[in-house]
Design a binder for this molecule. Structure first.
Ligand SMILES: [Fe+2]
Ligand SMILES: [Fe+2]
Length: 255
């Protein structure tokens, strides 16, 4: 048995992008059981851009589960954006989870946007000014919610979905100076606190596709500029089918 997960992030939709992904998405039910969207679905987080996302990613014939990204927060229209997405059947996770009963098994997805802060040895700490404490606390809260959402699921396989990166591996290619704004090791710790099978994120447009958490969980940066296709598809084999493993097997290209 296999669970087939399609994923892409950072599609940054506005009117001019509508239609570019749709031809490949029409084939999705043949190649995947679910589509995960790793945030930055819109360009500036407006309600009208969210309607473009709904047009492009709604009614696909497979469940669509998303987290938002920093761009989706920019215009302070998050409630409206979520309402439009959920109206199109796109489930938005934020420190929450969902278990999907798929032909290959029960897939648990825990999602959170996450936040920055950096990685071991070069990270922000909750010290000094209240602004710095608030910055670190935001990440800490998000990681805590993600960890809890992962641990509490009753499922065959767990996947973590974030916008910000949980490890520095998948940031390779980005300037090191901006790593603290691209992710946090706290997200990696949260992912390692549960028997997570795969962690997907976006945000690092100039990053690298593959990484691993300190606990050995496979991490994939599915930002559209990184994967350079409409989506990547991962085949996960539930443990009862002879040992868990994940492989990148296919995808559909767009320019
Ligand atoms: Fe982005
Ligand atoms: Fe982003």
């Amino acid at each position: 048995m296999v669970i087939r997960i399609a994923a892409v992030g950072d599609v940054h939709l506005d009117q001019d992008v509508v239609g570019r992904f749709r031809p490949a998405l029409e084939e999705l039910p043949d190649t995947a059981d679910v589509l995960l969207l790793a945030g930055d679905l819109t360009r500036h987080g407006t309600e009208s851009e969210a309607r473009c996302v709904a047009t492009e990613f709604g009614n696909l014939g497979v469940p669509v589960v998303a987290v938002l990204g920093n761009h989706d927060h920019h215009c302070n229209e998050v409630p409206q954006v979520i309402r439009v997405l959920e109206g199109a059947g796109i489930l938005v996770l934020e420190g929450t989870n969902v278990v999907l009963d798929l032909p290959g098994g029960r897939l648990g997805i825990a999602g959170a946007k996450g936040f920055g802060g950096g990685f071991a040895g070069r990270c922000a700490s909750a010290f000094g000014e209240p602004e710095m404490k608030a910055f670190v606390q935001t990440t800490s809260d998000s990681a805590e919610q993600l960890g809890e959402a992962l641990r509490e699921m009753d499922c065959d396989l767990r996947v973590a979905l974030t916008h910000y990166a949980p490890v520095p591996d998948t940031l390779a290619g980005e300037p090191p100076e901006i790593y603290p704004f691209l992710g946090s090791y706290l997200l990696g710790q949260a992912i390692d606190s549960a028997p997570t099978e795969l962690a997907l994120h976006g945000h690092a447009h100039a990053g690298t596709e593959r990484g691993t958490t300190p606990g050995g969980v496979r991490v994939r940066n599915v930002a559209h500029p990184v994967i350079k296709q409409a989506y990547s598809v991962f085949h996960l084999h539930p443990p009862y089918a002879g040992g868990a493993k994940v492989s990148l097997t296919s995808g559909s290209g767009i320019s």
